[in-house]
Ligand binder design. Sequence first.
Ligand SMILES: C[S@@+](CC[C@H](N)C(=O)[O-])C[C@H]1O[C@@H](n2cnc3c(N)ncnc32)[C@H](O)[C@@H]1O
Length: 208
Amino acid sequence: MSLYGRYLLPVLTDLAMRNEAVSAERARWVPLAAGVVLEVGAGSGLNFAHYGSHVRKLYALDPSAELRRMAGPRAQRARVPVEFLAAPAEAIPLPDASVDTVVTTWTLCTIADAGRALHEMGRALRGDGRLIFVEHGHSTDPRVAHWQDCLTPIWRRIAGGCHLNRPIDQLIEAGGFEISEIERGYVRGPRVGAYLYRGVARLRASGR
Ligand SMILES: C[S@@+](CC[C@H](N)C(=O)[O-])C[C@H]1O[C@@H](n2cnc3c(N)ncnc32)[C@H](O)[C@@H]1O
């Protein structure tokens, strides 16, 4: 991996993921997590402060050593015990049906094989567990969607594999989940990256 990818990109990611609109979404959705929680693509740990007392334990999975290092101090300040998992979401090192909640924020855009990762999340989740997601993705506005499609090849290269144009709801459903709650729409910021999908999904009984 290049020096840019290993050291500079994690710092830029941490800075970019701290803006007001993003923080407001974290504060709204992350506290819904309960029990044993797996956060996929935990990054620099910006969600950690939002986990409340009904979380018994947090597994913070991220393949980036630099981001896990940056998340360390935030893990120490968290109100819940945090254990880091150095792994990609395509191969989650947890037993079947071992977590109550999976949380993913601004990560399904970046995971190389998002379909496989969602299948893995479903495997690690208990039957009555919940997937809480806050993700950016393909806009319903054709003009914005066009720009998302045009810009994604170059954007992926500078933003660590991030796709601007993934249809997040379809990916989640194709991964074996049923979405029980969803909000779609823009938050503040450049429209190509500001169309959000946020909500809650459960394992589809027939899909596994
Ligand atoms: C834009 S950052 C978001 C970080 C964090 N979720 C947040 O909300 O601040 C994307 C994250 O996805 C992680 N990531 C990339 N590929 C991944 C994979 N295959 N499995 C799990 N996480 C991955 C990156 O290391 C990075 O932490």
